[in-house]
Unconditional design. Structure first.
Length: 141
């Protein structure tokens, strides 16, 4: 199993979620978070200039991303760690922290299976999905 990306230099922004903007599942994930996080997170599609720079910094292939990422408290989290970190920050979702007790060797393959098949299962858009006006203010391009 290949380890995920690592980061040695901190990213200057915090609570930023990097996602695949043409993936319909990923776009739904971002809307799910935005509807529940009380404005905590900001979002950047890997296809945007800012998102591509962040992906490059994190060692993620912007042309073929296999993970989302979240910068939280100055630390980059990937794959299942990223998803659990985001969910655990939502009001009423703190219980998700217990899922970190499951071995990463079990969590990440499930994440990877979904990530690998996300376009086939959930669909893909030819362009990044445009958020509504309220969410647009939270998108970094």
């Amino acid at each position: 199993m290949t380890p995920g990306p690592t980061v040695t230099d901190p990213w200057p922004d915090d609570d930023v979620i990097l996602y695949d903007g043409v993936c319909l599942f990923c776009s739904h994930w971002i809307r799910f978070i935005a509807a529940r996080d009380n404005g905590r997170f900001r979002f950047t599609a890997i296809q945007s200039g800012y998102g591509a720079r962040l992906a490059d910094h994190l060692g993620i292939d912007a042309a073929d991303p296999d993970t989302n990422a979240v910068i939280h408290r100055g630390v980059a989290h990937f794959k299942s760690d990223g998803a659990l970190t985001v969910l655990s920050q939502l009001p009423g979702w703190g219980w998700v922290r217990v899922l970190h007790a499951l071995p990463k060797g079990l969590r990440d393959p499930v994440y990877g299976l979904i990530a690998k098949n996300r376009y086939r299962i959930f669909g893909r858009s030819d362009v990044c999905v445009v958020p509504d006006a309220k969410m647009r203010a939270r998108v970094i391009e």
